[in-house]
Design a protein around this ligand. Structure first.
Ligand code: SF4
Length: 241
């Protein structure tokens, strides 16, 4: 059972204290808080930054990769490379339920007709199962990204799951990410060199042109802008049509 989060310090206090201190936010989450916390990573274009910070605090933090079975092979190779580079000791590939897959998407075509249902099948429900026993989870969202992320706090309470969500990089800019990757000479996702700036499942990800929003290549041509694991005000965020 998740612990009673009302025992944690007030979120406003945490957000004030760690607004511009991602390493401090991680130290609090993975240590001082006493909570059971996982880190959810896509092993995408920016993921090395957060994983590098977390590895400085606890190399055995549980790292969950939502393996939808439709990821790029380059992402799975990068997960191995980066995990070894950082010495991460507890990376868990979270896969969809096989029976669910057979019933709802036996031909792996659901992403064409109903991407929301596909994300629910391959991401949202597997993540919910994987988070049982955790009080909260860390993720890599940033304010400069599209849509509702402009309002992102470092610490949030998800009322639906009664879990803490921690966004240590909320205040990072694209330049901060790039500078950090350079400063620590971290391995890059191989698809970045081919124009991919935000990397999810292969059928729903395309490269972006210079000057385009980094997430413009996700679900290109559709209103969909989030996979459903991040709900805001009870809704999955959609692009303006
Ligand atoms: Fe399915 Fe696309 Fe969502 Fe991946 S991103 S789970 S392929 S709809």
């Amino acid at each position: 059972m998740p612990r009673d989060l009302t025992m944690s310090p007030d979120l406003d206090v945490l957000n004030h204290r760690y607004r511009d201190n991602p390493l401090g936010a991680l130290q609090y989450a993975l240590g001082e808080s006493g909570l059971r916390i996982a880190l959810v990573s896509s092993f995408g274009a920016d993921s090395a930054v957060l994983l590098h910070m977390a590895a400085q605090i606890d190399r055995d933090v549980p790292v969950l990769l939502l393996d939808t079975l439709l990821l790029f092979p380059e992402t799975l190779a990068y997960q191995q490379e980066l995990g070894t580079h950082l010495g991460l000791g507890d990376i868990r590939r979270v896969r969809p339920d096989q029976a669910d897959m057979q019933t709802r998407d036996p031909a792996s075509e659901l992403h064409r007709s109903d991407p929301d249902a596909c994300c629910a099948l391959r991401k949202t429900r597997p993540l919910a199962r994987a988070l049982v026993g955790f009080d909260g989870w860390i993720n890599g969202r940033k304010r400069f990204q599209t849509g509702q992320r402009t309002r992102l706090d470092v610490f949030e309470h998800d009322p639906d799951s009664d879990r803490l969500k921690i966004n240590p990089l909320a205040g990072f800019s694209a330049a901060d990410i790039s500078d950090y990757l350079d400063r620590f000479d971290l391995p890059r996702h191989p698809l970045v060199a081919r124009g991919y700036r935000s990397i999810g499942c292969a059928p729903c990800t395309s490269p972006v042109a210079a000057g385009e929003d980094p997430r413009a290549g996700r679900w290109r041509g559709r209103e969909k802008a989030e996979c459903g694991i991040h709900i805001m005000d009870g809704q999955v965020f959609r692009r303006a049509s």
